[in-house]
Structures are given as structure tokens and as C-alpha cells.
Design a binder for this molecule. Structure first.
Ligand code: HEM
Length: 385
């Protein structure tokens, strides 16, 4: 995948056909044109994530992930995450963990942002999906402990890894389907109860109040789990490293000292350069002409969004908004990331915790092997000495 993404940076034409992969583009404008054309392109055919999910969750996915059923669901789910609700959710789910992380740094200690980001995301999933403690767990510790939150993250990661082998095909083997179904059942076992009883300020309660059925809520919950775990954790750890490695943390601290609010720009730039959802796929549903090429129904197209997003240059927090790319790291059109506001709030909260107290230095780092979304297994930081 890395080779494909780097190769994407060298493409000379906006849309090319690559044997074994299908159509490939690393052009941000062409990618957006494809993502916004819901008539000629579909997420449900071979090549799109809906095709993966249909095999795991069942045929009802096809009504919900594209076409009128999807449009209706997105219309009702529009306010699921706003900037204000996302900030509140992050404060609620992460407040104590972030305070502890800040205290460690302030005391001169070392903090491993690799496991920290995974633990935080595991906590977020527990909160928003209403994941309940397993039967027989002792009640004396608050739910979940860090170890339990990490285990929940890992379960989501196992689910995403089912997609690992699908780079060139979204057909799953029977064994992959059985594995994935088991994980989904485990992760969503708390959904019926949460959907029935959770208060409106929690996601499952809000789904009910928005008029989403239990089936739709379970679908959204599964999707959130996969779409919002590794992507968020990767953006958090890698943006932390970028701020230190590029020296941009000093520019950030100077802006804070001047009383400015640089966070929106920092978060946007971190998402641009990391682009954790590095590739978006679609199937061609009807013959269509794009960038002067004719794509035929049944073919597939890969949008190398990491290649497109990183082309404008290195991580610079003062980089102006790049109009061609907009927020392509969250996709575009009808499937634009539903959790975008939550992802931005997560990243901002973590970076504030780490950097508001002064510059950091990296003590030790190691990449995580064999993952779909690149990330750090270990990223130990402490206050710069
Ligand atoms: C940095 C973090 C994230 C990135 C880079 C990201 C990126 C994306 C992208 C590119 C898509 C579009 C996929 C496509 O068109 O095929 C997407 C869809 C989606 N994302 Fe995110 N995402 C992130 C975090 C989250 C979070 C935290 C959540 C929720 C908890 C979430 C929930 C979703 C959902 C539900 C969809 C499907 C929307 C639909 O099909 O209508 N994402 N995301």
C-alpha cells in the first residue's frame, strides 16, 4: 500500500488504469468529482467499503449505505456530532485520562502516546457505543480501566484487519466473514439496551431520539467502530510526532503565547499530512466520463487521498487552507466522514494536553507493524530539557 501511495505522488495524469488495481487517481479535484457523483459511483459494489460490510452485516446494509436509504439516514444523523456536542463528548469521556497525562508530563515523566491514543479511542467507543462490562467483572474499578479500554480498541482493530487483505478485492472468505461477524456481535451487544434506555446526550440515546431504528443504530455503531478507531488513534500519535519532528511545536507555542487560537489550523494540517484513511474506493455503477477517460460499469476506482493531500507540501501549521483538497482526508460528498467533528475534537484535546505546558522531545519511537492505518506502537515523549 505504501508503494501504491508513493507511486500515486508520481502519477503524471489525473486518472490512470493500473493492471490489478483498476482506475487510480491521486488528483484531489478528480477524487472529489468521483465522490460527489453518487449516480455513476457506488460504495456498495466490489471496491467500496459497503461491499465489505454487506457480507458481514447482511443485505440490509445495501439499503442503508447508499441510495435513498443512506440519504435518509444521513439526513436524520446530520446533527449526531456537531463541534459543540463533540467537545462535550470528548470532555466527558477523556477528562480524567487527559488530566493524568498532563500531570505525568508536568512532573517530568515520560508518556507513551502510542498506547495512550489507543486507550483514549477505546474509551470513546465504550462511551458512544454504550459497551457494557462483561458479566462477572468486579464492580470496584470504574468501567473501563485503561487495560479494558485498550482491549476494546484491539477488538475494533481486529475487525478492521479483516479488511487488510482486501487491497485488490473486497470479497471476503467464509472464514473472514465468520470472524468479523463474531467481533461485531461482541462489540454491539450493548447497543439494544443503550438504544432502548440511554439518555439523549449519549450517542445511542440520540440515535433513538433522531428516529433511527435499532437496526440502523446497530449499523451506525459498527461503522463508527471501524471508521473511527484506528484512524483517530493514528492521527493523534502521528500529529504529535510531526509537531516535534518539524519544530512546528515552537511556532505553535509562540502563537499561544501571543494569545492566538491556532488549534483549528494545527488540527487541519495534522489531518492533511497524516490522512489516516489513505485510500477511498468506489465501484463504477454506470458508464461515465471523468478527466477525459471513459470508466465502464463494473470497474473500480481507487482514490489515493494520502497522495493527493500530502502533495501541497510538508507539515506547516501556518499553511493556508488548500482549496483543491478542502477536507479530502474526510472524503467528500454523501459519505463524507460522519465523525469529522468528533475526530477534530479528539485531536485538539490530546494536542492541547500535550503541548500547552511547553515543548516536547521524543525519547523513543517504534512503528506499529502490519496495520492498515500506519501508526506508532510506541511514541514516548517528555518535556524538552
Ligand atoms: C482522523 C480520523 C478520521 C478520518 C481520517 C476519517 C476518514 C473518513 C473517510 C475518508 C470517510 C469516507 C469513506 C468513503 O467515502 O468511502 C469516512 C466515513 C465515515 N466515518 Fe470517518 N474518519 C475519521 C474518524 C471518524 C470517527 C471518530 C468517527 C465516528 C466515531 C467516524 C465515522 C465515520 C462514518 C460513520 C463514516 C461513514 C459515513 C457514510 O458512509 O455516510 N470517522 N471517514
Amino acid at each position: 500500500m505504501a508503494a501504491v501511495l508513493l507511486g500515486g505522488r508520481a502519477l503524471r495524469r489525473p486518472l490512470v488504469r493500473v493492471p490489478g488495481l483498476g482506475w487510480v487517481t491521486s488528483d484531489p479535484v478528480v477524487s472529489r468529482e468521483i465522490l460527489k457523483d453518487g449516480r455513476a459511483f457506488t460504495i456498495l459494489d466490489e471496491g467500496g467499503v459497503g461491499h465489505l460490510w454487506g457480507q458481514i452485516l447482511g443485505d440490509w446494509v445495501f439499503d442503508l449505505f447508499d441510495g435513498p436509504g443512506h440519504h435518509d439516514l444521513r439526513t436524520r444523523a446530520r446533527d449526531l456530532f456537531t463541534k459543540a456536542t463533540a467537545t462535550e463528548i470528548v470532555d466527558d469521556a477523556w477528562g480524567p485520562s487527559l488530566a493524568a497525562a498532563r500531570a505525568t508530563l508536568d512532573a517530568g515523566g515520560t508518556l507513551d502516546v502510542g498506547p495512550l491514543s489507543r486507550t483514549l479511542v477505546g474509551r470513546m467507543m465504550t462511551t458512544i457505543l454504550g459497551i457494557v462490562p462483561p458479566a462477572g467483572r468486579t464492580q470496584d474499578a470504574p468501567w473501563p480501566t485503561d487495560a479494558e479500554a485498550l482491549a476494546i480498541f484491539r477488538t475494533g482493530e481486529r475487525l478492521a484487519s479483516v479488511a487488510l487483505g482486501t487491497g485488490s478485492s473486497t470479497h471476503l472468505s467464509d472464514a473472514q466473514v465468520v470472524t468479523a461477524r463474531g467481533i461485531v456481535a461482541e462489540l454491539t451487544s450493548g447497543v439494544p439496551d443503550g438504544w432502548a434506555h440511554a439518555p439523549g446526550h449519549l450517542l445511542l440515546g440520540r440515535c433513538r431520539e433522531l428516529g433511527l431504528s435499532l437496526e440502523e443504530t446497530t449499523g451506525i455503531a459498527s461503522l463508527l467502530m471501524v471508521a473511527g478507531t484506528e484512524t483517530s488513534a493514528s492521527a493523534m500519535a502521528r500529529t504529535t510526532a510531526l509537531l516535534v519532528d518539524t519544530g512546528e511545536q515552537h511556532r505553535l507555542l509562540a502563537a499561544l503565547a501571543r494569545g492566538e487560537d491556532p488549534w483549528d489550523d494545527v488540527v487541519r494540517e495534522g489531518l492533511r499530512v497524516t490522512s489516516p484513511a489513505s485510500v477511498i474506493g468506489r465501484g463504477v455503477a454506470a458508464d461515465v466520463k471523468v478527466a477525459g477517460r471513459t470508466l465502464r460499469a463494473g470497474e473500480r476506482v481507487m482514490m489515493l487521498v494520502w497522495s493527493a493531500n500530502t502533495a501541497p507540501g510538508p507539515f506547516r501549521i501556518e499553511r493556508p487552507y488548500v482549496a483543491d483538497n478542502r477536507q479530502l482526508w474526510f472524503g467528500a460528498g454523501r459519505h463524507l466522514c460522519l465523525g469529522a467533528a468528533l475526530a477534530r475534537a479528539e485531536l485538539e484535546h490530546l494536542l492541547r494536553t500535550l503541548f500547552e505546558g511547553g515543548p516536547l522531545e521524543i525519547v523513543r519511537r517504534r512503528a506499529q507493524p502490519k496495520v492498515l492505518v500506519p501508526t506508532y506502537r510506541t511514541l514516548e515523549v517528555r518535556r524538552a530539557r
